[in-house]
Ligand binder design. Sequence first.
Ligand code: Z5A
Length: 218
Amino acid sequence: MSAPQPRGLFITVEGGEGVGKTTNIDYLQGYLREHGVDMVLTREPGGTALAEQVRDLLVQQREEQVDPLAELLLVFAARAQHIAEVIEPALAAGRWVLCDRFTDATYAYQAGGRGLDATLVQTLESLVQGELRPDFTLLLDAPVAVGMERARDRGHLDRFEQEHFEFFERVRGTYLRLARESSGRFRVIDAGQPLEAVREQLHAVCSELLDCWSVRHQ
Ligand code: Z5A
């Protein structure tokens, strides 16, 4: 009888405003696929038809003030659908999942940024995810002023991107605290550096991920 299929690796990429997630995820995906990794690339909020509709509701500018608790519940509603439809089936089939943001973003934005009690996030995390947690999280970190300038240069700003400097300082502070508290899972990338230097750091992390995968297969 053949050995059971090992679960795929669940890798999340996190960071504040303008740190270059999209730019670097495209690069990571290309690099890992070249090294033979069978992978699903997805994002939060989003990743399914329903969750992408929730994403639109969350990021659109609107007249009414969005209540932080309503925002939190929408984020987790989208996440429940995303886990059931995309993440769990892929991991169970032995595929890697590379996800642009996950629950660390909820701690950073809804608890850190908006000021909601982090225990609310913990409660919903347990309810919606059960035991599911990322195997590795790449935190792209850059000074807030650098990130905000890059995002401004990109043009149109969504509802989150229009937040003020102090909001993004709290987001960054929360991410860095999470990285210190879960240092086994997090890899912090200095994303304030030029792209070439960021990619060198990503190569080192990719080698580690590929090593971890080959151990899982033994
Ligand atoms: N959100 C939440 O509140 N709670 C949650 O639980 C979750 C999400 C999951 C949408 O997410 C919003 O959802 C997000 C938080 C909230 N709002 N914000 N802000 P998103 O992931 O789509 O948001 P985003 O931050 O706008 O992601 P992004 O599109 O990946 O942006 P980015 O990180 O700024 O990446 P970029 O577009 O690749 O880079 C920005 C510019 O900088 C671009 O012109 C690049 O060419 C340039 N760049 C990138 N790297 C460099 C370097 N190293 N040097 C020079 N220039 C660079």
